[in-house]
Write a new protein. Structure first.
Lengths: 326, 326
DNA sequence: GTGAAAGCGCTAACAA
DNA sequence: TTGTTAGCGCTTTCAC
């Protein structure tokens, strides 16, 4: 590895001068600049960013903590962040938390030690106190972490409402809900949106809601039980797309026609929803944009500016497809 | 941020002693060790890994370069790597190359500057010369990069053969192939496996092979054309699972029954294949294991040992599902 | 305009 | 067993 010293020798100047030209700051004579640039070129010199980090106390690296990159909702999120940041000269460290506060803590510690410049976090468990003590620029994505942290999210509750209403709009009479995991705030909010719509209807009872854990398989299982108990159900709002697929599978195995016998709507708008048949109606999030904006905000924070707009709500789009066409 | 100096003051010893206890090397008296540990505890001291990196010339960070994390094949790969490495104290930088050698180069440069300890790369474009000059421990995953680099892969050619044969086994008479992108070596090899089986059969001609670019939509399109041209086709081997879904969609829109009129087999074994209906037969790769082993090998390399076994072949598993059940 | 030198936080000789 | 110190590669005062 060639160092700044090598370049200095080669160009017959001091390291200070070399530093000045590569950072384009401070005065440097045109001629010496050219000499230095030539040396840089010739030796194929690349400044060592570790040394730089040590001095500057920043690393041009950010961390992103997601529950699980294997969950199809997250890759696009991560990609949006990475794409934006690489252009700005930042590199992205990926962390899978499995929704485990312990792991989040661990990762955050590691990142701090590495002088990570900022982190983007998808979490709703993170303890306020710990986050604060981290003292690192941070933005929340997909879920609010706490009031003061800029967040890039959609209105889950509204989404839940819209999804449920859509099912009634296409003629459903009895609409059930497969809820996501209880500890994820988003599931809770989507559920509340559903409740807002169905509450007070004479047929509604708690047993129209079952929990599916955001996974296809379990959703299929609980859906079967649900439909056995309440054969009158003719519409299901699944808390996310993966579960919507599970519902579809369940319908199939019970010989129910979708959408004729059972209409289905998912949530998130991942690609998967176009892969099934019938294709799934879903509420689509502008995932790429959200993550891009989150990354942008993080940079702002890193630059020492502040972000007044704490909660940034993005619009959901109702993608009407075959699973609710009737 | 508290530094080693602070701890030293607090414990009334020298920084060298502190360094010794936190690194558990060199002699240190039991009592002073306790004093130091108490100070560390009290000040909540975490060693600054940037300073450490600068001295040690290694960063406890590795990079992983994949074409696109958004492609459902890669998240699991990345997860396997990340899971293993975090346990070993390494942190993972994610890079999306979009199969672009220019980007690969850029990322590799950045990583070198950051003293990344090693990289795992999914690529077949990387220029040998450039890789060599990188002088960084590297292993290849999913595709061979060059002879000397340890690679963790499956036998694509064999897979192509097995997939094609399976279609004939279930009674297909005319089997076509939707090939992946030409520049990806894996597509090429899977194609060769297919050719091995069909070559020489009287009905076979080049027009039984079309290119689908690993994407669902395009695969659906070319499949329609293919089936219009050759309505006699009763089995299709798709170069990956996403394209198999596309084929399924195409079959549907042409009112062909799967598997009765058209049997379909995919490749890779991503979760997606269980989401469709009928569920897709596919050749499943042990993705998680492969990536884990690749990570393990990278660590070995980083530790300065060498890996004799250059090409590490993993077994494919034929998952027989509804799309070929007849 | 340019260079000498201090220092970022840590490790590892080398002395004591 | 412990401390002193040089140095990892870079940036930035502060003199000249």
């Amino acid at each position: 590895m060639t160092t700044i010293k090598d370049v200095a020798h080669h160009a017959e100047v001091s390291v200070a001068t070399v530093s000045r030209v590569i950072n384009r700051n401070g005065y440097v004579n045109e001629d010496t600049r050219k000499k230095v640039e030539a040396a840089v070129e010739e030796l194929n010199y690349k400044p060592n960013s570790v040394a730089r980090s040590l001095f500057k106390k920043q690393s041009k690296t950010i961390g992103i903590i997601v529950p699980d990159i294997t969950n199809p909702y997250f890759p696009e999120l991560v990609r949006g962040v990475e794409d934006y940041l690489i252009k700005k000269g930042f590199t992205t460290i990926l962390c899978n938390s499995d929704e485990d506060p312990e792991k989040e803590r661990l990762y955050l510690d590691v990142m701090k030690q590495k002088y990570v410049d900022g982190v983007i976090i998808v979490s709703n468990m993170a303890e306020r106190e710990f986050i604060d003590e981290c003292d690192i620029p941070m933005v929340a994505l997909d879920r609010n972490v706490h009031q003061e942290m800029p967040a890039f999210v959609i209105d889950n509750r509204d989404g839940g409402r819209v999804a449920t209403e859509h099912l009634f709009d296409v003629g459903c009479k009895r609409v059930a809900h497969i809820k996501g995991p209880d500890q994820v705030i988003n599931s809770e909010e989507r559920y509340e949106g559903y409740i807002e719509v169905v509450n007070g209807r004479d047929w509604f009872q708690d047993s129209f809601v079952v929990s599916g854990n955001f996974e296809q398989k379990q959703a299929a299982q609980v859906t079967k039980q649900l439909l056995n108990k309440h054969p009158e159900i003719d519409g299901i709002f699944a808390g996310n797309d993966a579960m919507a697929v599970g519902v579809l599978k369940a319908a199939e195995s019970l010989n129910l026609k979708v959408p004729e016998d059972l209409a289905i709507i998912g949530f998130d708008g991942i690609d998967l929803t176009e892969m099934t048949s019938p294709e799934l109606t879903t509420l689509s999030q502008p995932i790429y944009q959200m993550s891009r904006d989150a990354a942008k905000a993080l940079i702002t924070l890193i630059e020492g500016k502040t972000i007044k707009q704490k909660e940034n709500l993005f619009p959901l789009q109702l993608l009407k497809r075959q699973s609710t066409k009737r």
